[in-house]
Design a protein around this ligand. Structure first.
Ligand code: HEM
Length: 234
């Protein structure tokens, strides 16, 4: 997975791919790359590491301007299952897509602010979300103490954060997920069954991910133009 799904030229895609990988491993400072020298270590070019590949459908319309306000329509990490279903449903995505796409959290990093609700003042009775594995919660607490002042503090999404794999689902089933919304996937029998299915089969997960990511990347919104050069508006 990775790269820029809207970049049709190879160099932009490789650069985006590389930035994505580095942002996950080395989140402190996004690196800058010289225009022509891109090198990959043997491990980085191992196709198993980045998961499935797919043919990106052409012809999707992009907008010409980017508005911060539009990101407010994104689902929040504190959403429960019905809020998630509603948010995905409004965009034509099913419960199955929700579970499969959430597995995208096999890559990357989350700041303390995104999951602090689970480890501090969870509710009136409990400080910590009781669905969290206690030692996992304790380790998050060390990284993200109450009133944390370290801006970049946080945790990787799963234990193999630079690999596209199904460890996210395995950890989720063991109470080792970061967000409330991850945990919410275990709150209905149908979504829980899907989590268990993808935790036990990497092949099935990869196949399902390709279908759902193509579906999600085909959501058109209010796009205005089909980019001929992904770095430039016409
Ligand atoms: C159910 C809806 C989703 C919610 C509520 C959600 C929430 C979040 C949150 C809170 C973060 C961490 C932000 C931070 O603290 O810096 C994050 C990061 C991330 N999300 Fe999601 N997400 C959702 C769906 C997706 C989907 C569909 C994908 C891809 C298929 C995805 C891929 C990622 C990746 C790769 C990161 C890591 C970014 C980084 O390392 O900088 N997420 N998401």
């Amino acid at each position: 997975m990775g790269g820029s799904q809207y970049c049709l030229d190879t160099v932009s895609s490789i650069k985006a791919f590389r930035r994505r990988a580095d942002a996950s491993v080395n989140w402190a400072e996004p690196p800058s790359y010289p225009a022509t020298t891109i090198s990959f270590s043997e491990d980085e070019t191992n196709p198993d590491r980045y998961g499935p590949t797919w043919e990106v459908p052409k012809g999707r319309k992009d907008g010409r301007i980017s508005k911060a306000i539009e990101t407010r329509q994104l689902p929040a990490p504190t959403f429960n299952i019905s809020q998630l279903q509603q948010s995905f449903g409004q965009r034509g995505l099913s419960m199955h897509d929700l579970v499969v796409l959430s597995g995208g959290h096999t890559l990357g990093f989350a700041h303390c602010s995104s999951f602090q609700n689970r480890i501090h003042n969870f509710n009136l009775q409990k400080q910590v979300d009781p669905t969290l594995n206690p030692s996992f919660a304790a380790s998050l607490n060390v990284i993200c103490p109450a009133h944390n002042k370290v801006k970049n503090a946080g945790a990787t999404m799963d234990a193999t954060t630079t690999y596209f794999d199904n460890v996210y689902y395995k950890m989720l089933m063991q109470g080792q997920s970061l967000f409330s919304f991850d945990q919410a996937l275990l709150t209905t029998p149908s979504s829980k069954k899907l989590v268990a299915k993808y935790a036990s089969s990497m092949e099935e997960y990869e196949r399902a991910f390709v279908k759902s990511i193509i579906k999600m990347s085909s959501i058109s919104g209010n796009g205005k133009e089909v980019r001929h050069n992904c770095r430039r508006v016409r």
